[in-house]
Design a binder for this molecule. Structure first.
Ligand code: ADP
Ligand code: MG
Length: 696
C-alpha cells in the first residue's frame, strides 16, 4: 500500500472502524497525523539480556528459544491463557499471555525470539506476562530505541508505533517551512530526517538533532507570534486609573491579618492600577499562600474607585467557591458580587449579563463564559485570572477588548505554578511578576506518605479516625468510570486498573465506610450536582469526598485534613502538589497519602520527592526533570499554544536562539510578506488560531 500524507488510517491493515474511532480520539485520522504525533518518551530496547542476567526492574529485552509448543487453557469464560517455556544458555523463562489464544499458533517450538517485558521472580522461577515479541531474525520493535506515545484506551503503544512505522515513508512529503537561511544559520536538520528520527531514531545523536530542529521550529513560531502580540499591546493602550486608598478599610473585612508577602503584593497591585498604563501582573504563590485575598483587595479597590472587576476561574467548582467567599467578604463593604458560568440557565445568564451591562454587579466571578458569551461591561477596569495555567494569551487578548473605548483593563494573573522569573519575562515580555513567598502563620506542614496496596486497610482506618475527630477527607481517583476497554494485567494500556470515582465510591459506601457520609464529585456530573456536592463537603455534611482532579486547583475547605490519592504514579508531581494543597489550609495537622502499585523505580523516586518536600519550586524543578518534553510547560500551564516537543524551561538556550531568529526575520520582513516567509506566517496563524486578532 503506497502511503501518502492524506491516507486515512482506515486504509491501514488492522485498523477497522472501532480502532479508527479510538485513534480519532487522539486526533489521528490520517498518515500525516501519525507523523505529527511525536513520542512523549523513548524506551531503549537496544540491550538484549540473557534470562539469568535480566534485571527485575523495568522492562527489558531477552533473547530466548521457545522450548515447547504453547499451551492454551481456558480458566473460565472470557479468560484464556497461553503459556510457554522459553530458554537460553542461562536458564528458563515462563511466559503467560492473557486472552491472546492465537499465539498458540504464532510461536513455534525451536524458534528464536526476542521477548520484551517485565521480568518477575517467583522463587527461582522467572516469569513474564504478556511480553511483546518478535522473531530474532526479524527485529523491528526490539533492538532499537523505541518511541513511547501518548495513548488512549484500547490503543497500545505497540499498535501505535507500528502504524507510525508504516506512515514513515511519507515524511518526505512534509514541506520544509523554515526558511533556508534560518536552517543554515542555526544548523538545523532537514524536515524529513527530523520526522523520521523523532519517531524511530537511528541512535542518540540522530534523536538529538531531530529534536533540536523540531523544538526550534516550535519555539520559533511561538516567538514570531508573541512578538506580533506584544506589538499590538505596545501600541499605546491606556487603562482606567484606580485611585489609591488606605487599605485599612479592606483589611478590616478580612478574618485574618495578611502576611508581609500578601501586603507587599497588594501594594504592588494597587500602585500598578493607579497608573494609566494597563497592569499586566503575574502573582505567583504556592498553594495556600493566600492569593485570593490579593484578588479580593484589587477588586475592592476597583469597585471603590467606581469601576467593575471580574474574576475568572478555570472550573465551575472554583468559580462557585470564589463567588461564595467573595460575597461573604465584600458584601459588608457594599460590593455587589455576581456569578456568571456556562452552566447557568439561559434566563440566569441573561439576568447576570444585563446587570453587568447596567453596572448593577460590581465584581463578577465566572468561568470562560465571561469572555465567550458576549458579555458587555459598564466600566470594567480589572480582570483577575485565578490559577492562570488555563488562562492563555488568547483569553487575555479577548478580554483586553472588553475594556471598551480605548481603555484596556488591568490584568492580574494568579498562579501556583512557579515559572522561573527569567522564563516568565521571555514568555510574557512586559509582564510584571510578584511572588507571595510566605505562608500564613500557624500552618503545620502536610505529612506525606507513599503507601502500597498492603497498607490499604490501615489507611481506611486512618480516614475513620480523622472523621471521628470531626475532620474531612478527599479521596482522589484518576478516572470517572470503570473503563470497559481496560487492559488485562501486564498489557500496555493507560486504563490499567485505575480507580474510578463511581464504582469506588459505591464500594466505599457499602463495604468500607457504611458509617460515614461519602460524597462524589467529577467532571461528568451536571453543574448543579457538582455545586451541591461541593457545598455539602464545604459545609461538613459529607465527610469523605471521592473526586477526580476537578478539585485540583483552588478548592478551599479548611476542615479537610486528609487527602488520599489513588494510583498516585499516574499524576505529575506538580499536579500532586496542587492536590495536596487541598489540605493543610486550616490549623489542623494534615496528611497526604499517595497510593501506588507501580513497579517503576523512577515513579517511586518521584513520589518520594513529593513526600520529602513541600516546596513548590523544588517540586516544579523535579517535575521538569522527570517528565517528557513539552508536558510541564505545555498549554495547561501558561496558556501559550501547545508545544509538542519544546520544553520552555529546559530549552532556554534554544528558546533564545529561536527568539533571535524571529527578531531578525521580523526586522527584515515585518509583515512576513516575502514569498519565502509566507509559510512562516501560515504556521504562526495556525499556532495562534485562538487569537486571530493578533495579526490586525
Ligand atoms: P491560594 O494561594 O492557594 O489561592 P487561598 O487564597 O485559597 O490560597 O488561601 C488559603 C487559605 O488560607 C484560605 O482558607 C484563606 O482564608 C487562608 N488565609 C489566607 N491568607 C491568610 C493569612 N494571612 N492568615 C491566615 N489565613 C489566611
Ligand atoms: Mg487559589
Amino acid at each position: 500500500m503506497p502511503v501518502t500524507h492524506g491516507t486515512p488510517l482506515t486504509d491501514f491493515p488492522g485498523v477497522g472502524e472501532a480502532r479508527a474511532k479510538k485513534l480519532e480520539k487522539l486526533g489521528l485520522t490520517t498518515a500525516g497525523d501519525l507523523l505529527a504525533w511525536y513520542p512523549r518518551d523513548y524506551e531503549d530496547r537496544r540491550k538484549v539480556y540473557t534470562i539469568a542476567q535480566a534485571p527485575l526492574e523495568g522492562r527489558v529485552c531477552i533473547a530466548a528459544m521457545a522450548a515447547e509448543h504453547p499451551r492454551l487453557s481456558r480458566v473460565r469464560k472470557g479468560l484464556e491463557l497461553v503459556q510457554i517455556k522459553v530458554v537460553d544458555d542461562t536458564g528458563a523463562l515462563h511466559l503467560t499471555f492473557f486472552n491472546q489464544s492465537y499465539l498458540e499458533r504464532a510461536i513455534q517450538a525451536g524458534e528464536e525470539y526476542i521477548f520484551f517485558g517485565g521480568v518477575e521472580a517467583q522463587g527461582r522461577r522467572r516469569t513474564m506476562v504478556n511480553p511483546i515479541f518478535e522473531r530474532a531474525d526479524k527485529q523491528s520493535f526490539t533492538g532499537r530505541i523505541m518511541p513511547v506515545y501518548r495513548l488512549t484506551a484500547g490503543i497500545s503503544n505497540h499498535m501505535l508505533a507500528s502504524l507510525v512505522r508504516q506512515a514513515l515513508p511519507c515524511a518526505e512529503e512534509i514541506p520544509e517551512t523554515l526558511p533556508q537561511h534560518i536552517r543554515q544559520a542555526h544548523r538545523l536538520a532537514a524536515m524529513e530526517f527530523s520526522v523520521k528520527n523523532i519517531h524511530f531514531p537511528e541512535n542518540e545523536e540522530a534523536l538529538a538533532l531531530a529534536r533540536r530542529r523540531l523544538a526550534f521550529e516550535e519555539l520559533f513560531y511561538l516567538a514570531v507570534g508573541l512578538s506580533f502580540l506584544k506589538d499590538r499591546r505596545d501600541r499605546g493602550e491606556t487603562g482606567l486609573s484606580i485611585p489609591l486608598r488606605p487599605p485599612e478599610e479592606f483589611l478590616a473585612l478580612l478574618p485574618f491579618a495578611p502576611t508581609q508577602a500578601q501586603r507587599r503584593v497588594m501594594e504592588e497591585t494597587a500602585a500598578d492600577m493607579a497608573s494609566s498604563r494597563p497592569m499586566n501582573r503575574l502573582v505567583q504563590g504556592d498553594v495556600g499562600s493566600g492569593k485570593t485575598a490579593v484578588a479580593a483587595y484589587a477588586g475592592w479597590l476597583c469597585v471603590k474607585g467606581g469601576c467593575q472587576a471580574a474574576l475568572m476561574a478555570p472550573t465551575e467548582v472554583l468559580a462557585e467557591q470564589h463567588f461564595r467567599s467573595l460575597s461573604a467578604l465584600l458584601a459588608p463593604a457594599g460590593v455587589r458580587v455576581g456569578l456568571l458560568t456556562g452552566s447557568m440557565t439561559a434566563a440566569e445568564k441573561k439576568k447576570a449579563r444585563t446587570a453587568l451591562a447596567e453596572g448593577e454587579i460590581d465584581f463578577v466571578v465566572g468561568t470562560h463564559a465571561l469572555i465567550s458569551e458576549g458579555v458587555a461591561f459598564r466600566r470594567l477596569a480589572l480582570i483577575v485570572a485565578d490559577e492562570q495555567h488555563r488562562f492563555g494569551v488568547a483569553q487575555r487578548a479577548a478580554l483586553a477588548a472588553k475594556g471598551g473605548e480605548g481603555s484596556a483593563p488591568h490584568v492580574l494573573v494568579m498562579s501556583a505554578t512557579p515559572i522561573p522569573r527569567t522564563l516568565a519575562l521571555i514568555i510574557y515580555g512586559d509582564l510584571d511578576v510578584s511572588v507571595i513567598d510566605q505562608l500564613p502563620p500557624g500552618r503545620v506542614p502536610i505529612a506525606t506518605y507513599v503507601v502500597r496496596e498492603d497498607k490499604r486497610q490501615r489507611m481506611y482506618g486512618f480516614v475513620r479516625r480523622q472523621a471521628a475527630e470531626g475532620r474531612q477527607a478527599y479521596i482522589i481517583c484518576p478516572a470517572v468510570e470503570d473503563n470497559p476497554d481496560a487492559a488485562l494485567p501486564g498489557e500496555e494500556s493507560p486504563a490499567l486498573n485505575l480507580k474510578a470515582v463511581k464504582t469506588y465510591a459505591e464500594k466505599l459506601r457499602q463495604e468500607v465506610f457504611p458509617d460515614l457520609r461519602v460524597g462524589i464529585l467529577h467532571g461528568k456530573m451536571k453543574p448543579k450536582e457538582k455545586e451541591a456536592a461541593m457545598a455539602a463537603f464545604s459545609s461538613g455534611q459529607t465527610q469523605v469526598l471521592v473526586a477526580t482532579t476537578v478539585v485540583e486547583v483552588g478548592v478551599d475547605v479548611p476542615n479537610a485534613s486528609l487527602i488520599i490519592i489513588e494510583n498516585a504514579d499516574r499524576f505529575g508531581l506538580s499536579q500532586l502538589h496542587q492536590l495536596r494543597g487541598r489540605v493543610g489550609r486550616g490549623q489542623h495537622p494534615s496528611h497526604c497519602v499517595l497510593i501506588t502499585a507501580t513497579r517503576s523505580l523512577e515513579a517511586m523516586e518521584r513520589l518520594r520527592t513529593l513526600a520529602s518536600t513541600t516546596d513548590g519550586f523544588k517540586i516544579a524543578e523535579e517535575d521538569l526533570k522527570a517528565r517528557g518534553p513539552g508536558d510541564f510547560f505545555g498549554n495547561r500551564q501558561h496558556g501559550l499554544p501547545q508545544m509538542k516537543l519544546a520544553d520552555l524551561a529546559g530549552d532556554m538556550r534554544l528558546l533564545s536562539e529561536a527568539q533571535e531568529a524571529a527578531k531578525e526575520l521580523l526586522e527584515r520582513d515585518p509583515q512576513l510578506s516575502a514569498p519565502e516567509d509566507r509559510p512562516v506566517l501560515d504556521r504562526v496563524r495556525r499556532l495562534f488560531a485562538d487569537t486571530p486578532d493578533i495579526f490586525n
